[in-house]
Design a protein around this ligand. Structure first.
Ligand code: 5RP
Length: 222
């Protein structure tokens, strides 16, 4: 097992019968969804919501029962990956472009478990370009406002040059800060820019971080 899979396998230990579970997005969350699917096949009874269309499709393939958001008041546990995790459990997320649904899900969760391999641990956030979801209307103006915060903002595209469109019909601006000195302060500044739907800074949302190491061990940080 690689580090991602190890962290994912450990995280599903927190899932119990009767829970509402949030399914993350990305290559690490993929392993968690696989493990949840296996447990469901063995008799675990849960209901789930997914943070992206690909995760929803995977859940359906694995017969994980999905429920509409209108039927829940909160989520018991969400298991999701991250692009960067610092010592305060501040996260950068959105490498897969699912940050809006991921943040809605994390905010609605009693417990958010972040699963990463050791490569995601950083002293300071920002080496990974911060994904920011923006509405297409006047996106060039929104990009200018973002750049006033000290980054280079690049609209995300696919390898064939086509514009990346999120599950919600928006664009992603990857904002290259190099390093983010004060993540909570940047979060406040981002809230004020019109045109931004949501950003990939997750401050105070992670309750537990599980790190899988290539040499086969797993660490749980509460
Ligand atoms: C998707 C995300 C992912 O959790 C993040 O990009 C990590 O992905 P991976 O597990 O593939 O490294 O935020 O929007």
């Amino acid at each position: 097992m690689n580090g991602k899979q190890l962290a994912a396998e450990k995280a599903v230990e927190w899932i119990e019968d009767g829970m509402v579970v949030g399914l993350g997005t990305g290559s690490t969350a993929y392993w968690a969804i696989q493990a949840i699917g296996r447990k469901v096949a063995e008799g675990l009874s849960i209901r789930a919501v997914a943070t992206s269309i690909p995760s929803e499709e995977l859940a359906r393939e694995l017969n994980i029962p999905l429920i509409p958001w209108s039927e829940i008041t909160s989520i018991d546990v969400t298991i999701d990956g991250a692009d960067e995790v610092d010592g305060d459990y501040h996260l950068v997320k959105g490498g897969g472009g699912a940050l809006l649904r991921e943040k809605i899900t994390a905010y609605a969760s009693k417990c958010m478990i972040v699963i990463v391999d050791e490569n995601k641990l950083v002293k300071q956030l920002g080496a990974f370009g911060l994904p920011v979801e923006v509405v297409p209307f006047a996106w060039e103006m929104t990009a200018k406002h973002l750049e006033k915060l000290g980054c280079k903002a690049i609209r995300r595209s696919h390898s064939d040059g086509g514009v990346f469109i999120t599950d919600n019909g928006n664009y992603i601006m990857d904002c290259h800060f190099g390093s983010i000195q004060d993540a909570p302060e940047l979060e406040q500044k981002l809230q004020h820019i019109p045109g931004i739907v949501e950003h990939g800074l997750f401050i105070g949302l992670a309750d537990r971080v599980i790190i899988g190491y290539e040499h086969g061990t797993v660490k749980v940080r509460e």
